[in-house]
Design a protein around this ligand. Sequence first.
Ligand SMILES: [Fe+2]
Length: 214
Amino acid sequence: MKTDITFCALELNIDQKAIDVMLSEVRSVEQEHWYWDSFRGCSILPLINGNGTTGAPNGVSRANGNMTCTEASYKCSTTIEIIENKVFSFMDLRTRVSVLKTQANKGLNVHVDSGTKSLDTRQHKFRIVLSGEIDKLYFLDSNNQKQYVPNDYNCYVLDGTHPHSIDPGTEEKITICFGTPWTGNHTDAYYNLIKNSPYKIKYDKPMLLDEWIE
Ligand SMILES: [Fe+2]
């Protein structure tokens, strides 16, 4: 089965009511638990992280270590429960989980979600969009043209090695991001989600610029 995707919507049956609960939980977390990511240009709230640490993850082992709920997640019990039941169940491991917040009228810088060394490997990144316009997300194709995703799917995986960004939107954008160490590992459940995806697409990549890589 073809799993070589740039963007693939996953049908996880997380309804709008669940999205609304997660959104209000995340918004109730105090500002002190968020940190600023200058590379991407957004605020980040770590919900599950190596050894439960919060703040900018300097010196924290992202790839291994024991993925534990942070103190910032204590107001997000439904969110964590949905993650455990609907997301970790199709992955074969627990990942880091962070919430990214982009202000209204602010876009992101074009970037890839993986370091130089892993650009030739599979780097699927899973996302749940809680608020904001989904179709502001775009990938650069081989002609450096922006290719936008449809607005219809709030749960998706993207190829983190493919240059992408988010255009400014009229609303604040809040997304739950599942990162290292999961990269799209094979499980039957995950492959079935890709196979049954309501929307998937593959673009060729443009020439990579150094400034896109952290
Ligand atoms: Fe990204």
